[in-house]
Design a binder for this molecule. Structure first.
Ligand SMILES: *Cc1c(COP(=O)(O)O)cnc(C)c1O
Length: 395
């Protein structure tokens, strides 16, 4: 084989780069906003599905979201400490956790068990603040949330703590198991259980003003699940949760990478580990410095394609830890970079296609894009006013 040289220096990125279009984020929030009269919570956990929590949160708020949702209190505080003033809900933490910092940062907290209630009440006493909480009922997923048999005790305890000024039950919420399935057989059952749980909370004297159940697919396709707020995750990033029923979302992340070396090879050349790919013709191979350590699923190797400027070309052989090879074909002008995925509007693959090739969901591919891939944010988003300094209300 003959090595023909190093490419680059023609305006291509010198290293892999995820370009995040914040105007797409804002536009996707606006799509959700148009499809519901409920409030829109932008779900920005896991560094906004890999897109950058703080810039994405600002863009989503500019686009019409009015709440932010994250898994951990630490993720919530990162947003608050960046000066974001919107209400933020954090829903996943161990009951032994010290929640004082979250409470002082005005983070609203999910409560799904007596243990979580204990942690929240301890933080309320320690800080002198009333903690805004959202009680979580399990309506049929058997993941998080209070079991139906524990719900009566949980709402009664909540009512007593609310009367004592320790908590303010702002929300009641749950999560759907199959709203992205075209059949969505569980949705009506979960809605009925949710309504019963809310009714019980109201019967003991609670007045939750933010009842929320819907994720992206339910926000876009099941209006009966909207209640007071929808939690918009994957849709915010431009992935249609029900691909057969597009709603006008735009992919926000484009993953570019340079070609750092090319070489001409004969037909019949085995490429990468175990020679899973054998060149069908005489061709040129390009080396791309992105691998499974950067989040490109190795399991997609056999099917994956990338965009090389004028057409899609196949990934040749197994994706390695740091790199993969693309079969460029014989071309008049040599490309100096590839688009791994993007919104799909220019012919490039989408993250949904990568997920299909890998036998997974787009969420996993997006959140897996690693720290070695530099992020660059583009797209005009109006500035939000800076956060005012709020005085601590506790001793
Ligand atoms: C991640 C998450 C979401 C977002 O789900 P999508 O299907 O991505 O919209 C909503 N609610 C909860 C509780 C979550 O953990």
């Amino acid at each position: 084989m003959e090595e023909v040289g190093i490419t680059g220096g023609r305006g291509a990125p010198a290293s892999s780069e995820a370009v995040i279009d914040l105007s797409a984020i804002a536009g996707n929030a606006a799509v959700a906003r148009r499809l519901t009269s409920a409030a829109v919570m932008a779900v920005v956990k896991a560094n906004a599905f890999g897109h950058g929590a703080v810039p994405v949160a600002r863009a989503a708020l500019a686009g019409g979201a009015s709440w932010l949702g994250v898994a951990s209190p630490a993720e919530a505080l990162l947003l608050r400490n960046a000066g974001i003033e919107a209400p933020i809900l954090a829903w996943l933490f161990h009951p032994s956790r010290d929640l004082r910092a979250a409470v002082c940062g005005d983070i609203q907290l999910s409560v799904s068990s007596a243990g979580h209630m204990g942690a929240v009440v301890a933080a309320a006493r320690a800080t002198g603040r009333t903690v805004a909480v959202h009680l979580k009922i399990d309506t049929g997923m058997a993941r998080g949330g209070a079991a139906p048999e524990d719900w009566p005790d949980l709402v009664r305890t909540a009512y007593l703590h609310e009367r004592a000024g320790l908590i303010d039950v702002r929300g009641v919420w749950s999560h759907l198991a199959d709203s992205d399935d075209p059949v969505a057989a569980l949705v009506p059952r979960q809605v009925a259980r949710f309504e019963a749980a809310v009714a019980l909370a109201e019967r003991v004297g609670l007045r939750p003003s933010v009842r929320h159940l819907a994720n992206s697919s339910a926000a876009l396709h099941h209006p009966g699940t909207h209640f007071d707020m929808v939690r918009f995750g994957i849709g915010l990033y431009g992935v249609e949760p029900v691909p057969d029923h597009p709603t006008g979302l735009r992919g926000a992340m484009t993953l570019h990478a340079p070609i750092v070396q090319t070489r001409r090879v004969r037909a019949g050349t085995g490429v990468s580990y175990r020679h899973d790919y054998v060149t069908p013709t005489s061709t040129r191979l390009g080396l791309v410095p992105v691998g499974y350590a950067d989040g490109l699923p190795r399991s997609a190797s056999a099917h994956a394609q990338v965009w090389v400027g004028v057409e899609r070309r196949p990934v040749a052989g197994r994706i390695s830890m740091d790199q993969f090879v693309v079969d460029l074909g014989i071309r008049a002008s040599e490309p100096d970079h590839v688009v791994v995925f993007g919104p799909g509007t220019g012919g490039e693959p989408t993250v949904a296609e990568w997920a299909t090739w890998a036998g997974t969901i787009p969420h996993e591919v997006l959140t897996g894009i690693g720290a070695r891939v530099r992020r660059r944010w583009i797209g005009a988003v109006p500035d939000l006013p800076p956060a005012a300094c709020s005085e601590a209300r506790h001793a």
